[in-house]
Design a protein around this ligand. Sequence first.
Ligand code: FRU
Ligand code: FRU
Ligand code: FRU
Length: 492
Amino acid sequence: LPDLQDGPEPTVHTQEAFAPEDDFTAKWTRADARQLKRLSDPTAGSKQNSMPTSLTMPDVPQDFPDMSNEEVWVWDSWPLTDEDANQYSVNGQEIIFSLVADRNLVFDERHVFAKIGYFYRPAGIPADERPANGGWTYGGLVFDEGVTGEIFPDQSYSHQTQWSGSARISKGGEIKLFFTDVAFYRNEDGSNRKPYDPRIALSVGKVHANKNGVRFTGFDKVTDLLQADGTYYQTGAQNEFFNFRDPFTFEDPAHPGETYMVFEGNSAMPRESATCDAEDLGYNEGDPFAETVEQVNASGATYQIGNVGLARATNKALTKWEFLPPILSANCVTDQTERPQIYQKDGKYYLFTISHRGTFASGIDGPEGVYGFVGDGIRSDYQPMNSGSGLALGNPTNLNFAGGQPFAPDYNQPIGHFQAYSHYVMPGGLVQSFIDTVGTEGDFRRGGTLAPTVKIDIDGASSAVDYAYGDGGLGGYADIPANIDVNSGGKI
Ligand code: FRU
Ligand code: FRU
Ligand code: FRU
């Protein structure tokens, strides 16, 4: 990493583990997040990346191939996993779930029309021997029309969509699909008639795979698992723009027999009266670069109060869950800690979550990307990776210039500023993501397909992009390889 620019010192985090049910929430502090700017080169000129190469995804070419052969827009995607995040193929077929939407929509309209679709491809083929687009076959939608709308007491929704989650496979090919079931209640002009209603939900199905393809049965009923409680996790009554979604389940070897879930939430304060405190700021005593609590609370930063939630299953069928306190908060740091996951390596627990550049709070800036935190347990005093900044893998970004939007990229940004999002870290440090926008003002192409897979090497609290992987660091497009086949002596 480069020499750091002037700025505050990061907060001291011990990585110490606490019991999952303890009331300890690690803070991703402003002092931590301001390390992002300290890592950025203030002399980087127009269109240059100002962030360290070791934390930057290589450039995705603008002529990327499309994995669905232009059938659907594709974004957030997840594999079939077990309790340890191993990735499974079934009878020789790799299977992934993806949020998909009709290509006739403008890509940015996708969120209120999202449905869960699936893809499959033969397992065990090296990425460089597959078709350039990853060689997936689009299998269609998982749910029949109407199934995911049934759980909502108020059936007068304007839009009913399926948002991200994760999929667990078990004996006999049973699949537990955890996802976010969402109802919107919008007026014609897009404003809310009442707050949207996102619920963490489960549907159970069965996979049938052979050399000819993959289909599912079941997935005809949805169980409502969790709704934001207003105590740990902000509700629609507290903030109509609240975030509550993206369940990821796993087991913890330190607590055998229990199943846990992490998910995206917000700290449960009313939007207009939210405040951050000295712990959220996290400055060391006497730091000359410190801000005061009053300054931060007056800056508008209090609108960004993301957290990562924890829940524990209270039955074996995983149909009943209880909330535990959040494991991480990002109060006055960022509003969106999306698609969180727990990744275990060498006895350490890594919490990865994605954040947009545009959802950072006033006074904080960092690239679109995946951020990592390391500790000794699923609940611990998580230390943000890479000199305390948290950045694990970002898009090529110049923090000296404004960011623009995916539909209107800024002229001064590198062409990759919005190239990838919704990263998911897979076994072996492989990272998949989707392509959002590649290009610059006046010359850009929207994605809606999965990006090249890249690899990060994780070592304690540090990580670095492996530029020896694939072609200059870029592996195959949409490469989500299984590491276990169900029928070849795998764990299940
Ligand atoms: C308690 C406990 C603690 C340990 C933590 C690890 O349930 O085992 O002793 O610090 O959980 O997750
Ligand atoms: C920005 C975004 C997404 C989120 C959606 C909510 O595109 O904030 O991160 O899923 O919009 O509508
Ligand atoms: C990430 C995300 C998720 C959400 C989905 C909605 O790209 O914002 O948090 O589930 O997209 O489209």
